[in-house]
Design a protein around this ligand. Structure first.
Ligand code: SF4
Length: 433
C-alpha cells in the first residue's frame, strides 16, 4: 500500500535557499543549527550521531554512530540514487517494506510503502509479516518501537544510525532511574489509600526502548500525542501522581486540559537535587514534568499566530501539542500529526490553515490539498534535522545491502528490555484513545 499523501514538486534545494534568506529571517534561527543551511541536507561532514535542531541538543553517551558511506553512494547524483533505490526495491519485492515518517524529506518519502507518524508506522510494520526487513526512514526510537512490535524474524533497519531524536535524548535511562530513586525516597514505594501507587511513570512514544521498559517495570505506560489524555486518565486511576517524560510541553498541555492546575505540575530538572524542587512542592504535585522539549516545535510562538491572523483573516490555526503552552492556548486547535491531516482533509474547500508542525509535513499537505491555503506558522524554515539525516544515499546503501543478502544498520532491542517495554506499550494499546 502506498500512502495517499503525494510528494510536492518543491525541491529541498528551494528550502535551502529559503534557509539562507534575509538577515531578519536569519536572526530568528538563533536556536537552529547553522549547518542546517547545508550539512544535513546532503551528507554528514563527519559521520557520527546527529544533533537535533538546536545548538543545545544533547548527544547521549554510548549512542550508535554511523560510519562513512562508501564513496559510490556519496558521489552519486540524485537521479542515480533514485534509480538505484527503485531497482533495489523492485528486486526485493515483498521481502522489504519501507516506512517513511511524516517529517521525512520528499526524496525519501517517495519510496515509502507507508507514510505516517511513529506509532502508525510501527503498527504498519505488522501489516507486512512476510517482509524480512522493515526499513524505517525515521529516527532511532521509532526503529526501536518497530522492532518491539514486529515479528522475531523481521529485521528493522535504520538507514543512518545518526538519525536520533533530540527530545528522546533529553531523558536517558540513568537520569530517569536517579529521579525515580529520589521520588521513591520521598513518597515511599508502598501503595497508599485505595491501592493507589505514589507515582506512575508515563513516557511519550518519543523515548528510548529502555525508558519504555522502565515504565513497564514500574507500573507505567507509554503515550502518543493522540492518546495522552486517555493515558493520563489511566494513570490517575492507578496512582496519586504522574512522572511524565521526556516532553514537558505535551505533558503540561494535556494535564491542563484535564483541569490540573499549573502549580501542581513542577518541572523536573535532572541536573538538580529533587529536580530543582522542594520536598513540599513535590508533595503537592500531580504531574512531574521532565525538562525535555522538541527543538522544532518549541520554535512556534504566539507572535507568529497573531501575524497569521492579521495577514489571513479567518485562518484556522492548528498546532502540535509539543508546542509550548502559550502557543497551544493561542491556537484554535492542537493535535497530533494525524489530527492535523484529518482536520485539513475534512475542511470545506477554500479554507486557510496556519500549521505549527514540521515543515516537510506542512509542505506535503499544501501540495495534497491545493483547494486550501496551507502554510507553516514559522516563516523561517527549521526542519527536524535528525530526521533529515536519512539521505537517499543511505537508503540506497541499506536496500542494496539487503539485495546482496547483508542486513546493514539493524536496530535490535535486547530481549530483557523488549519484554518490559512491550508491557508498557500493551497497556497503552488497551487504553481507549
Ligand atoms: S520533530 Fe522533534 S520530537 Fe520529532 S523526531 Fe524531530 S526532534 Fe524528535
Amino acid at each position: 500500500m502506498t500512502e495517499t499523501i503525494p510528494v510536492p514538486s518543491g525541491s529541498v534545494a528551494t528550502r535551502i535557499a529559503l534557509l539562507s534568506g534575509p538577515e531578519e529571517a536569519q536572526a530568528q534561527t538563533a536556536a537552529c543549527t547553522p549547518g542546517l543551511a547545508a550539512g544535513p541536507w546532503t551528507f554528514d561532514a563527519a559521520p557520527g550521531y546527529g544533533p537535533g535542531a538546536s545548538l543545545g541538543d544533547t548527544v547521549p553517551a554510548g549512542t550508535p554512530r554511523q560510519g562513512e558511506l562508501p564513496a559510490e553512494y556519496r558521489e552519486a547524483g540524485a537521479a542515480e540514487l533514485d534509480e538505484r533505490i527503485l531497482r533495489a526495491k523492485a528486486a526485493l519485492g515483498s521481502r522489504a517494506v519501507i516506512l517513511g515518517h511524516f517529517y521525512q524529506r520528499d526524496e525519501v518519502v517517495r519510496h515509502a510503502d507507508f507514510v505516517g507518524d511513529s506509532f502508525q508506522l510501527a503498527r504498519a510494520a505488522k501489516i507486512r509479516p512476510e517482509a524480512e526487513a522493515i526499513v524505517f526512514c525515521g529516527v532511532h526510537f521509532m526503529a526501536e518501537t518497530a522492532d518491539l512490535l514486529s515479528g522475531p524474524d523481521q529485521a528493522v533497519v535504520l538507514p543512518n544510525l545518526a538519525a536520533g531524536c533530540s527530545m528522546a535524548d533529553m531523558a536517558d535511562a540513568d537520569s530517569v532511574a536517579e529521579c525515580w530513586e529520589q521520588l521513591t525516597a520521598l513518597y515511599g514505594k508502598a501503595p497508599q489509600a485505595g491501592g493507589m501507587r505514589p507515582v506512575i511513570p508515563v513516557t511519550y512514544m518519543n523515548s528510548s526502548a529502555a525508558l519504555k521498559a522502565f515504565c513497564g517495570e514500574n507500573g507505567g505506560i507509554v503515550c502518543t500525542s493522540s492518546n495522552a489524555a486517555s493515558v493520563l486518565e489511566w494513570a490517575f486511576e492507578r496512582g496519586q501522581r504522574v512522572l511524565f517524560f521526556p516532553d514537558q510541553h505535551l505533558g503540561r498541555n494535556t494535564a491542563k486540559t484535564m483541569g490540573i492546575p499549573l502549580d501542581a505540575m513542577p518541572m523536573w530538572n535532572p541536573r538538580l537535587p529533587l529536580g530543582g524542587n522542594t520536598a513540599e512542592r513535590l508533595q503537592e504535585a500531580k504531574v512531574l514534568l521532565w525538562n525535555g522539549f522538541c527543538s522544532v516545535h518549541k520554535r512556534f510562538t504566539v507572535e507568529q499566530i497573531a501575524r497569521a491572523r492579521a495577514e489571513h483573516p479567518g485562518v484556522r490555526v492548528i498546532v502540535h501539542p509539543e508546542c509550548p503552552m502559550p502557543v497551544v492556548d493561542a491556537a484554535d486547535e492542537s493535535g497530533s500529526t494525524d489530527y492535523i491531516q484529518k482536520a485539513i482533509a475534512a475542511a470545506p474547500a477554500g479554507s486557510t490553515f496556519a500549521i505549527g508542525t514540521e515543515i516537510n509535513m506542512v509542505n506535503r499537505l499544501a501540495a495534497q490539498y491545493p483547494e486550501h491555503t496551507i502554510f507553516c506558522l514559522d516563516p523561517v524554515i527549521c526542519p527536524c534535522s535528525t530526521m533529515y539525516r536519512i539521505h537517499p544515499g543511505y537508503l540506497a546503501w541499506v536496500l542494496e545491502g539487503l539485495v546482496a543478502g547483508e542486513v546493514r544498520n539493524r536496530i535490535t532491542v535486547p530481549a530483557a528490555t523488549a519484554a518490559a517495554a512491550r508491557t508498557a506499550l500493551e497497556r497503552m494499546l488497551a487504553v481507549r484513545p
